[in-house]
Design a protein around this ligand. Structure first.
Ligand code: URP
Ligand code: ZN
Ligand code: ZN
Ligand code: ZN
Length: 488
C-alpha cells in the first residue's frame, strides 16, 4: 500500500486511466519509493504498485531508472517586469516555455504597480496574462504605499485568490515601502489569511555605502558585491521580524542570501512566529568572484552574489531545514540591457534569468554533488513553494487529486549548460559552461507531455491563473506529515 494511494483505477476499478508513468521512483516531499503514477483527466488518479494493471490506458511512459517528481513550483518569478527604465524581455508564453524545459510547471509572478497604479489594478491586469502560459501560474500582489483604499483592495484580492503581497525595504522612488506601510499591510493580511513576502535590504545603509563607493569610483558592475553589504540585509530582516512579531503576522523573506539572515528567521520561528525563508538558486550556486570576470554586469542582482564561504554557509541550511523554499528570482534582461548602464549599479537593471536553470543547478550542486535527499529537493522546490502560496495539494505533490504536473528526471546524465540550448528570452545564462548532473527528461502539464528529450511536444498555451487558498498555516513541516488519500 502506498501513501496517498486511492483505490480507484489502481486495482482495475472504475475510473478510466488516460496515462501511466511506469517503473520509476516517485519522489515526494516526505517519502520516495517505486510506484506507478496513474493519470486521468489531467490529474493524478492513483499511485499504484509497480506493474498494477491499467485497463484501457491510452499511453504508458517508461520511467525505469528515473525519478518521478511533482513539477517544480517557482515561488519567485518576474515576467515582463518593469523597473526604472527597463522591462525584462519575456512574456508568459516565453517564461513558461523556459520553465517547463527546466522541470518547473507552476510559476508565481509579481504584479508590481507602476507609480500611481492601484495594487489591485496591477494584479488584475497581470492575472489576465496567465492564459498565455504553457503551464499554470499564480500571483503575488504588491503594496508600496499605504492609503485608505488598501484594506478593501487587499480584501478583494484575497477573496479572488491573490493572498501574498510583495513588499520592499529598498529601491527608493520605485517600490520601497516605509515601515508604517509594512506594519499595516502585515496586520491587514493577518486578518484576511494572507501574508507579506518581503525583500529586505536596509536602504539607508545601501545608499550610504553606494555614495562612498561612487566617490571612490567603485560603483560599476565589477564593484557590485561591495555596494550592498550583508549587514544591510541582516539589519532589515531583524526590523521586519520585529514588526511581524509585534503584529503576530506571518512573513516570508524572499531571496535571503546570507546564513545570518536565515538564522534570524529560524530563531523567530522557534519563538512561534510564522516566518519563512526563501533562498534563490544563484545565491546557492554562484559567488561574488563572478564579478571579476569578463561580464560582471550579467551577475548584477539584489542582494548581490556573496563570498564563497558565505555561499557554503547558506547552502548548509538546505540540509538543516532552515530554508523553506528555493525560487529563481527570474528576471530576463539581456546583455545589452545589462551593459547599457553597467558603469553605475544604482541605475542598471538588476536580476538574473533563471526560471529554466533553477532546478538543474540546485539538483546538480546539492543532490548529485552533496547528497541532499531528493525528497528534500522536492520539498524545497515544489511542495513548500506550493504550500507557502496556498496552492498545495493541487500543486507540489503527486498525491491523488493533484494536477498531473510531473517531471521525470534522469538523475545521472551529465550535460553542459549553455545559453544557446536554453529557452529564456535572453542571450546569456549566469551558468554558461557549467557542467551539471541530472536533467528533467519528460515534463507533463495537466497530464500532457509538453517536453520530451529536449523538444517541445505540445506548444498549446493552456495556462490558468491559480487562485490561492487563504494561508492559515502556510508551511507546516510537510515531511513530518503522513500523506493521506485525497478525493479526486
Ligand atoms: O535583483 C533582483 N533581485 N531583481 C529583481 C527584483 C527583486 O528585487 O526581486
Ligand atoms: Zn527582491
Ligand atoms: Zn559584458
Ligand atoms: Zn525578485
Amino acid at each position: 500500500m502506498f501513501p496517498g494511494r486511492s483505490g480507484a483505477g489502481a486495482d482495475g476499478g472504475h475510473a478510466p486511466v488516460d496515462l501511466v508513468v511506469r517503473g520509476g521512483t516517485v519522489v515526494e516531499a516526505g517519502w520516495s519509493g517505486p510506484a506507478d503514477v496513474f493519470v486521468a483527466e489531467g490529474r493524478v488518479l492513483a499511485l499504484a504498485e509497480p506493474g498494477a494493471p491499467a485497463p484501457g490506458t491510452r499511453e504508458e511512459i517508461d520511467a525505469t531508472g528515473r525519478l518521478v517528481m511533482p513539477g517544480g513550483v517557482d515561488p519567485h518569478c518576474h515576467v515582463g517586469f518593469t523597473s526604472g527604465d527597463f522591462t525584462s524581455l519575456d512574456d508568459y508564453l516565453q517564461c513558461t516555455t523556459a520553465a517547463v524545459f527546466g522541470g518547473t510547471t507552476t510559476i508565481v509572478d509579481f504584479a508590481i504597480p507602476r507609480p500611481g497604479q492601484a495594487p489591485a489594478d496591477a494584479a488584475y491586469a497581470q492575472r489576465a496574462k496567465a492564459e498565455q502560459g504553457l503551464c499554470d501560474s499564480a500571483l503575488h500582489a504588491c503594496v508600496t504605499e499605504w492609503d485608505d483604499t488598501i484594506p478593501d483592495q487587499l480584501g478583494a484580492l484575497v477573496a479572488d485568490g491573490v493572498v501574498t503581497v510583495k513588499m520592499f525595504t529598498t529601491y527608493r522612488n520605485e517600490t520601497m515601502a516605509d515601515a508604517d506601510t509594512i506594519l499595516r499591510t502585515m496586520a491587514t493580511l493577518r486578518d484576511l489569511g494572507g501574508m507579506v513576502v518581503i525583500h529586505c535590504e536596509a536602504n539607508h545603509i545601501i545608499e550610504d555605502t553606494q555614495a562612498h563607493c561612487a566617490a571612490d569610483g567603485r560603483i560599476g558592475a565589477a564593484d557590485m558585491a561591495g555596494t550592498r553589504p550583508e549587514l544591510a540585509e541582516t539589519a532589515s530582516v531583524a526590523e521586519i521580524l520585529a514588526i511581524a512579531e509585534s503584529q503576530r503576522a506571518p512573513v516570508y523573506f524572499v531571496h535571503q542570501s546570507t546564513a545570518e539572515a536565515v538564522e534570524l528567521v529560524a530563531a523567530a520561528r522557534r519563538r512561534g512566529l510564522r516566518a519563512y525563508t526563501e533562498s534563490v538558486a544563484h545565491h546557492l550556486v554562484l559567488d561574488e568572484t563572478m564579478y571579476e570576470g569578463e561580464h560582471p554586469e550579467r551577475f548584477v542582482c539584489c542582494p548581490p552574489l556573496r563570498p564563497r564561504d558565505a555561499v557554503s554557509r547558506l547552502g548548509r541550511h538546505l540540509f538543516t531545514g532552515e530554508i523553506t523554499t528555493i525560487g529563481s528570482d527570474h528576471c530576463c534582461y539581456d546583455t545589452a540591457q545589462k551593459r547599457s548602464r553597467s558603469g553605475d549599479v544604482r541605475v542598471m537593471p538588476n536580476g538574473l534569468p533563471g526560471v529554466e536553470t533553477r532546478l538543474p543547478v540546485v539538483f546538480s550542486a546539492y543532490v548529485a554533488g552533496m547528497g541532499l535527499p531528493a525528497t528534500r529537493f522536492v520539498e524545497l522546490t515544489a511542495a513548500n513553494p506550493a504550500r507557502a502560496n496556498g496552492l498545495y495539494p493541487r500543486k507540489g505533490t503527486l498525491l491523488p487529486g493533484a494536477d498531473a504536473d510531473i517531471a521525470i528526471w534522469d538523475p545521472t546524465t551529465e550535460w553542459t549548460i549553455t545559453s544557446g540550448d536554453l529557452h529564456m528570452a535572453t542571450d546569456y545564462t549566469p551558468y554558461e559552461g557549467m557542467r551539471v548532473t541530472g536533467r528533467p527528461e519528460t515534463v507533463m502539464v495537466g497530464g500532457r507531455v509538453v517536453v520530451h528529450d529536449g523538444r517541445l511536444t505540445d506548444a498549446t498555451p493552456r495556462g490558468r491563473h491559480l487562485p490561492a487558498r487563504r494561508l492559515h498555516d502556510p508551511v507546516a513541516p510537510v515531511s513530518l506529515r503522513r500523506p493521506s488519500a485525497l478525493s479526486t
